[in-house]
Design a binder for this molecule. Structure first.
Ligand code: ZN
Length: 295
């Protein structure tokens, strides 16, 4: 089925050909790439905005820097890596984005030169305008080193003599961090917060694809495997409850900055990002262009 819509008050006309197939016409596409340590990390921190970009016809790639081959209580190795790759690809399919899983071992990631070069290639191949990644002060070494690897690539991605097999970016992307709750050396300070109320069900649908994680490994690790419902619909509702988190005052304030206080107060779910000091330093106009979701 085909439908046409013209966005009131903007130059964006989009044509949808079924769910998730909207295309932006008359404005440049934004190329967003997000790096998470494991297949499901980007989904948790940016699955909502990814669904929103995809619905507008922008390009999103999630990259899991490890293959997740340690993340289960009974499975492991190549079989688990294959299962998690399939889950990640299904998750990406459900919201209409690209999902790459790099073949590095889970739980063993280090900030090596080889890892940095993998990250540089990914950013270049995607012609990234916006790069999302964890801050390098996370509890999990894989998360932490994913943050370091992205930071280490932030300048080198523009240097042609580095990784000469893949043409360097002529314009340095904007780098932003995912939200986290670590307080040292500094708490997460959101520069942008986006309401994802309109796509929260789609985000849950995406996360639901990671069966080995949300219904097996993570509940087992937390000692609540017996609370996971057996029925597919029931367990999705359960997952929704697990992932409905309290919003911090800082994120609420960041929402108010762009949606106004009254609208921000009514938002239930948001994803927030902090500008990294590396890469291009975005102006307010740049942020509005890179996050085309605000009123
Ligand atoms: Zn992780």
């Amino acid at each position: 089925m085909t439908k046409r819509q013209r966005a009131v008050g903007s130059a964006i006309e989009w044509i949808a050909q079924g769910p998730g197939a909207a295309r932006v016409i008359g404005q440049p596409k934004i190329n967003v790439i997000a790096f998470g340590a494991h297949p499901d990390d980007c989904d948790i921190r940016a699955g909502g905005v990814a669904a929103k970009y995809a619905a507008l016809g922008h390009r999103v790639r999630f990259v899991a820097v490890t293959n997740g081959d340690a993340g289960h209580q009974t499975a492991g190795g190549g079989a688990l890596a294959a299962r998690r790759r399939a889950e990640a690809q299904e998750a990406g399919r459900r919201i209409g984005i690209d999902y790459v899983v790099l073949d590095n071992h889970d739980g063993k990631l280090l900030p090596t030169l080889a890892g940095r070069e993998q990250i540089i290639r990914q950013m270049r191949q995607w012609t990234a305008d916006l790069v999302l990644a964890p801050r390098p002060n996370d509890y999990h070494p894989d998360h932490r080193y994913t943050g370091v690897l992205v930071q280490d690539a932030a300048y080198m991605v523009t240097v042609p003599n580095i990784v000469p097999d893949t043409p360097a970016l002529r314009k340095n992307p904007v780098f932003m961090y995912f939200e986290d709750d670590f307080q040292k050396p500094a708490p997460f300070a959101p520069d942008v917060a986006v309401s994802i109320d309109d796509v929260f069900d789609r985000k849950i649908d995406m996360l639901d694809a990671h069966v080995s994680q949300f219904y097996e490994w993570l509940p087992w690790h937390d000692g609540k495997l017996d609370r996971v419902p057996a029925d597919a619909g029931e367990r999705k509702r359960w997952l929704r409850e697990q992932l409905t988190l309290e919003m911090t005052p800082a994120v609420r304030a960041a929402l108010a900055k762009r949606y106004g206080a009254a609208r921000a107060a009514a938002i239930h779910h948001a994803e927030a990002f902090e500008t990294c000091e590396y890469g291009s330093r975005p102006s307010e106009a740049d942020l509005r262009r890179l996050f085309p979701f605000f009123p």
